[in-house]
Design a protein around this ligand. Structure first.
Ligand code: SPV
Ligand code: MG
Length: 433
């Protein structure tokens, strides 16, 4: 008699006892085929794991109860179930108790079509004492994996969602916050280290008076307590002669990308009305900076994103497109097309034209002034990354003013209590170990 086929869908970031036990149970029903979720499949319901597909595949293949590993691209396993026609599907029963319950329903429908049976072994809870999943996951999230993660997110998600983080506490919020929307977890994928909010936090203007060493020092604090990727706002990258040192420092500490803007002269924040004194660099001199970063990085996983300021300086669409092609040819991994219009029309016309170019590379939007735009519109218009560039600082400031005013007005702090976080919560947030 031929052996029965057992399908086991898994995502896994690292192998643990729970997986080994589940695979052993599955193996008692027949030959185990693991459907290993690809980054794109995982990104549809949660954040992608620290290890890439190849590394995860290597781990699963090494388990002796596994007969075969195949990529799984669907969250409801539809195509694989149809083509493999397994006799059983084994999934631990934890999906009965969370938002994945709706995925389970779809899977059951798909199983009925092929007459396969669902086996749901009890979820094996790992003991906290011997196995601190978060810690291991965090450890494997360090440096090389973190640097590479942004590129994987770009390749696997419809849009990579990034929020400004001006200090480590904000980083912790971005790291941990999840909301459930339409049965999926929604969260931020990465952090933006903004020159504007880094400067504002230090009470200084956004004109490079806060230098790179100071910004990198705060960045180190942020990287120390978080695992998500970081994009560094490098202004114009500084002097050509120094740019390779900046790129290498950023890559070494675990930053995933640097964005450089094509402006020279006295640095002004792009959202200021008065841009006098700020000039655009010549496309070729800026392209040289891009090439320099590409040749000095140790891995292509560290990305260089070129920011075009043509629209900010009142230049034409043609100028922006010409620059985009030159920067792409020079080796840029993506283009941030900046605009301070109230609508996204300007950047959408750019994207429409640039999409037709053979030099098209992923596009980044910073919807600070055109904030009514929805992510789905950005996706439709060929944008791959959205950066909410200053919102955490803008949220904190009025809350702090309000609290300070309340204390002054009431000559005590009691009235502030309702709106501020409890001391207990803060203590729990910044745990000791
Ligand atoms: C920043 O956040 O510092 C930026 C984006 O560079 S903008 O403020 O729009 O220039
Ligand atoms: Mg900036």
């Amino acid at each position: 008699m031929t052996k029965k086929k057992v399908y086991v869908p898994l995502a896994i970031d690292f192998l643990h006892e729970g997986h080994i036990r589940l695979l052993k149970i599955a193996n008692s029903y027949g030959d185990v085929i693991v459907g290993l979720m690809t980054d794109s499949a995982i990104s549809q319901y949660k954040t992608i794991p620290n290890l890439d597909y190849k590394n995860r595949e290597m781990l699963v293949k090494s388990v002796k109860t596994v007969f075969k590993v195949v990529p799984e691209n669907d969250v409801d396993y539809r195509k694989n179930l149809q083509s493999l026609k397994p006799d059983y599907l084994v999934h631990s029963n934890d999906w009965l108790f969370d938002h994945r319950i709706s995925i389970r329903k779809k899977v059951i429908k798909n199983l009925k079509k092929i007459n396969a049976k669902l086996i749901e072994p009890k979820y094996y809870k790992l003991s906290d004492k011997n196995f601190q999943k978060d810690k291991i996951s965090n450890f494997s999230g360090r440096t090389v994996h973190r640097v590479a993660k942004l590129k994987r997110l770009i390749n696997s998600k419809k849009i990579v969602r990034i929020l400004e983080s001006h200090n480590s506490l904000v980083g912790l919020i971005i790291e941990n916050l999840k909301v459930i929307k339409k049965n999926n977890f929604e969260e931020f994928d990465a952090m933006w280290s903004s020159s504007l909010t880094d400067s504002a936090t230090k009470g200084k203007p956004d004109n490079q008076s806060v230098d790179y060493s100071s910004r990198i020092s705060s960045l180190n604090d942020l990287l120390d307590v978080t695992n998500k990727p970081v994009i560094f706002d490098a202004d114009n990258g500084g002097q050509y002669e120094h740019i390779s040192f900046l790129a290498r420092s950023l890559e070494r500490i675990g930053v995933s990308a640097m964005i450089i803007e094509d402006k020279v002269g006295s640095k002004k924040n792009s959202l200021f009305k008065d841009q006098s004194g700020a000039k655009q660099d010549s496309p070729h001199s800026f392209a040289k900076k891009i090439k320099k970063i590409c040749s000095s990085r140790t891995s292509n996983d560290f990305l260089v994103l070129a920011r075009i300021e043509s629209f900010i300086l009142g230049k034409s669409l043609k100028d922006a497109l010409n620059r985009a092609e030159i920067y792409s040819k020079a080796g840029a991994d993506g283009i941030l097309i900046h605009s301070k219009e109230k609508t996204p029309n300007q950047i959408f016309s750019f994207a429409k034209k640039f999409k037709k170019s053979k030099y098209f590379i992923p596009l980044v939007a910073v919807p600070s002034t055109y904030s009514k735009v929805y992510e789905k519109e950005l996706i439709k218009n060929n944008f791959k990354i959205v950066i909410y560039a200053n919102h955490m600082l803008r949220a904190a400031y009025p809350a702090m003013i309000d609290t300070a005013k309340k204390i002054l007005k009431n000559s005590r702090s009691f009235e502030t209590e309702k709106k501020i976080i409890s001391i207990k919560k803060i203590i729990n947030l910044i745990s000791n170990d």
